[in-house]
Design a binder for this molecule. Structure first.
Ligand code: HEC
Length: 136
């Protein structure tokens, strides 16, 4: 009986540790950063998850090394008011995205993961590959 109580108390301790761990992970809320990322149109050039034409996912951007560098980059873009429509990164002044909003966008971008399946794992591509290697 004593053994059983010790075992149960051990299990409860582990459960408490695990729940602490997970509550930390789950309590990080990126929804504000997500809203800002969408409402400022970042997704139109960088994709919904940073895998657009100008990718940001998987921490590939040197600009994303620190919040300060990222915020500076948003502010210091030269092409404010381009004369003709432009694909280049717009300028986002303090009045458009303030420092705390920039931090939230930064944290949200940091969650982006680009994890596409391998070519061989996509059936139709696998068939194409096999066919291209086939000797008639
Ligand atoms: C009109 C298209 C466009 C929009 C909208 C846009 N970007 Fe960009 N972004 C670019 C381009 C193009 C680059 C490539 C580098 C450059 O222009 O200096 C870039 C580069 C970046 C980089 C640096 C990537 C690197 O190569 O290291 C970050 C970070 C970034 N953008 C974040 C954002 C965020 C956050 C928003 C929204 C607030 C945004 N961008 C909106 C076009 C855009």
């Amino acid at each position: 009986m004593n053994n059983l109580i010790i075992k149960i108390s051990k299990i409860l301790k582990y459960a408490a540790c695990l729940s602490l761990l997970f509550s930390n992970v789950l309590s990080t809320d990126y929804s504000e950063g997500e809203k800002l990322y969408l409402s400022h149109g970042c997704y139109s050039c960088h994709g919904y998850n940073g895998t657009g034409r100008y990718p940001l996912a998987n921490d590939i951007s040197g600009i994303m090394t620190s919040e300060e560098l990222f915020t500076m980059f948003l502010r210091l873009r030269a092409d404010l008011n381009p004369v003709s429509p432009s694909n280049s990164m717009p300028n986002y002044s303090k009045n458009v995205i303030n420092d705390s909003e920039a931090k939230q966008i930064y944290a949200y971008i940091k969650t982006f993961k680009d994890n596409p399946p391998k070519l061989e794992e996509i059936t139709i591509f696998k068939e194409m590959l096999d066919n291209s290697n086939r000797k008639e």
